[in-house]
Design a binder for this molecule. Structure first.
Ligand code: AMP
Ligand code: ZN
Length: 297
């Protein structure tokens, strides 16, 4: 489909997923900010959307990655997102990646190199891979295997990064970094680690206050700060969608929170205040208003 979209060698891989780009809504919508068709897309269509974003952003030229390797990598990452999670699943990952794609294409964004943009987009797609559907506090309080592995520090985010690189190294057919020089690989790896670790909500207020204090990006590490901010903004940006879409995201987040609340009871640990009593409509609305006022705004 990549070759088909680029208009060359039309027959070679036309049937990789069997979609016609003219009738494939999510690809047709991909240049709109909200990509409205995304909620109706199958996993195969989401895989195609992520792969097409990499194709359009020239991963094959910049990282010298074969298209087939890109698709294998995207498929494996998708496979490691848990379909049982109402919110932290591959739809959320694709939506965050798509929003980051739209942001870097917008003229007013801080200029980043193609190499940096691609590393950030990889981070976006992988930023919640193999999410457990619980938050870091739950992992730490229950002293799960992940909390022990990562010593209670950004437990889930460390796991997402490690899963991303583990998948890239599982075989040559998955290694999107295989043709980078050592120095370039280290650079891409550093960006992906920084970006994903920065999605830990515990960094939110320091990130916001740093940018508010200086009024601009600090000179020393402008690119890193810009990439971290873009990914974090996209990660918490679902409520900026048109209302019918925003409501769907909210419903998914609240369902996942309610499931964690139940798991807290079962494990004898306290339920975080924002996850308690979410069957109450007024509590749901208050949570959304607070999230917008204190975090998103
Ligand atoms: P992440 O876990 O990487 O997706 O980080 C984003 C976090 O923002 C989520 O884990 C939620 O805790 C929070 N979040 C996102 N959307 C909402 C929402 N609509 N209401 C409340 N919290 C939200
Ligand atoms: Zn996320």
């Amino acid at each position: 489909f990549m070759l088909r979209l680029s208009g060359s060698n039309a027959n070679l891989k036309a049937d990789l997923f069997g979609f016609d780009p003219n009738t494939h809504t999510v690809i047709k919508d991909m240049e709109s900010w909200h990509c409205e068709g995304i909620f109706d897309a199958s996993l195969a269509e989401l895989i195609e959307l992520c792969s097409v974003i990499f194709h359009k952003m020239r991963l094959s030229e910049t990282y010298r990655t074969e298209d087939e390797v890109t698709v294998n990598f995207v498929k494996s990452i998708c496979g490691q997102y848990r379909v049982t999670n109402p919110y932290h699943n591959f739809l959320h990952a694709t939506s965050v990646m798509h929003m980051a794609y739209k942001m870097v294409k917008s003229a007013s964004i801080y200029p980043l190199s193609q190499f940096e943009i691609l590393a950030m987009l990889i981070a976006a797609m992988c930023h919640d891979v193999d999410h457990t559907g619980k938050d870091n506090d739950f992992e730490i309080q229950c002293q799960t295997e992940l909390a022990i592995t990562y010593n209670d520090l950004s437990v889930l985010e460390n796991h997402h990064v490690a899963t991303c690189f583990r998948i890239s190294r599982q075989s040559e057919r998955h290694n999107i970094f295989a043709n980078l020089e050592t120095k370039q690989y280290k650079q891409a790896r550093k960006i992906i680690i920084d970006c994903i670790i920065s999605t830990d909500m515990k960094n939110h207020f320091s990130m916001v206050s740093n940018i508010e204090k200086s009024g601009d990006l600090e000179k020393d590490n402008r690119e890193t700060t810009a990439m971290n901010l873009i990914l974090h903004a996209c990660d918490i940006g679902s409520l900026l969608s048109p209302t019918p879409m925003a409501e769907k995201w909210t419903e998914r987040v609240l369902t996942e929170f309610s499931e964690q609340a139940k798991a807290c009871y079962e494990n004898g640990i306290s339920v975080p205040a924002h996850m308690a009593d979410l069957t109450s409509r007024s509590k749901q609305c208050k949570l959304q208003v607070d999230f917008i006022d204190y975090i998103v705004h």
